[in-house]
Design a protein around this ligand. Structure first.
Ligand SMILES: CCC(=O)SCCNC(=O)CCNC(=O)[C@H](O)C(C)(C)COP(=O)(O)OP(=O)(O)OC[C@H]1O[C@@H](n2cnc3c(N)ncnc32)[C@H](O)[C@@H]1OP(=O)(O)O
Length: 320
């Protein structure tokens, strides 16, 4: 075969292989994107079928800027999420609501994660939604869309396979109080308070905090806290089961260090096992018994005969 023909044939073959490779990469990318979208839809509560217009409300919220939501993921599998708008006591601006959703997506895709601490900058937790934004979106359509947007985000936050803690320093008011209930645990610093002030704003919780509060403290106590917009200090929060512990320090850095130490008792160990523990509890917390049992079986299947299980069988530890 003349050299030119060989060259042309090789060139065509090369071109074809390149096209096939590009197609395979594109298919892979589409599959991963679809999987992520489906996962987000599965973990969310509302979609178009509920009259929810995510892009409309996101566009609206983007108009109200200020502050940020910062995420730092550490090698030990712990992440720190900081609500950062200290000039307004970390009130949620519109862009912060959108950023919170983005950070939750990032955490959903973090396969090595085991624990999460949420805290506020400037030694206070969060004073709820920015009242300037509330005023601007006080019409019914925007209100419903914002409510569904935040419920979706906080539900996905609650369902993360990470053990989460709200570190409450200073004040957790309104939406800030609601956010604490989307975490598995709450730790409070001396002098801090959680307060569902909604009633005084002519509102009820709308970010899912009412429903979650009932599950945490029971309906009687939830009615007392919401009905009186009651101030909940660390001691009362402990006795209600709303807070797990009162930290020793109310100083920002030391309180964060204490919260890390507290959380590490649950995040020590292999990520696969810690994440499985959280998933079992999340299923038990949310699903009817039979569905929870079936989910537990599936999660069990992910750790049975896994590396941590096999290593433990070799070590045969005594659980004294
Ligand atoms: C989902 C539904 C909701 O979340 S509705 C919002 C519920 N939250 C509220 O109503 C909180 C209203 N704010 C307060 O009660 C007080 O500001 C609290 C949080 C007790 C803090 O008091 P204090 O320590 O005296 O500080 P301050 O009042 O001087 O506040 C500092 C600056 O921050 C501002 N700020 C505070 N919270 C918000 C908020 N949610 N939205 C907008 N701005 C807020 C204050 O207005 C104050 O600003 P400025 O210094 O007067 O310009």
């Amino acid at each position: 075969m003349p050299f030119e023909e060989i060259f042309t044939e090789l060139h065509e073959q090369f071109q074809q292989e390149r096209q096939e490779m590009a197609l395979a990469l594109w298919k892979n990318f589409l599959q991963i994107t679809m999987k992520r979208i489906l996962q987000q839809r599965r973990l969310s509560l509302y979609n178009g079928a509920h009259g929810y217009e995510e892009e409309v409300i996101k566009k609206k919220l983007q108009q109200f800027s200020g502050g940020s939501i910062n995420l730092s993921k550490e090698d030990n599998g712990m992440a720190i999420l900081t609500l950062n708008n200290p000039k307004l006591m970390n009130a949620f601006s519109g862009t912060m609501m959108v950023e919170l959703q983005e950070r939750v997506t990032e955490l959903e895709n973090w396969k090595d994660g085991k624990g999460l601490i949420i805290h506020g900058a400037g030694n206070t937790f969060c004073s709820g939604s920015d009242l300037n934004v509330v005023k601007e979106i006080s019409n019914s359509q925007d209100g419903m869309n914002m409510c569904m947007f935040m419920q979706n985000t906080l539900t996905r936050l609650m369902r993360l396979p990470l053990i989460s803690v709200a570190l409450v320093q200073g004040k957790a008011f309104g939406g800030g109080a609601e956010l604490t209930t989307a975490c598995d645990f709450r730790l409070m610093t001396p002098g801090s308070e959680i307060r569902f002030v909604h009633k005084h704003m002519g509102l009820v919780p709308g970010w899912g905090g009412g429903a979650r509060l009932v599950r945490i403290v029971g309906s009687g106590a939830a009615l007392q806290l919401l009905g009186a917009a009651a101030r909940v200090e660390p001691e009362r929060a402990r006795s209600l089961g709303l807070s797990e512990a009162t930290l020793l320090s109310s100083e920002e850095t030391r309180a964060l260090a204490e919260a890390r130490a507290w959380l590490s008792q649950y995040t020590e160990g292999p990520a696969a096992v810690i994440r499985a523990v959280k998933k079992v509890v999340a299923a038990g917390r949310e699903l009817p018994l039979e569905a929870a049992l079936r989910t537990e079986k599936d999660i069990f299947g992910t750790v049975w005969g896994g590396p941590a299980n096999l290593q433990a069988l070799v070590r045969r530890p005594k659980h004294k």
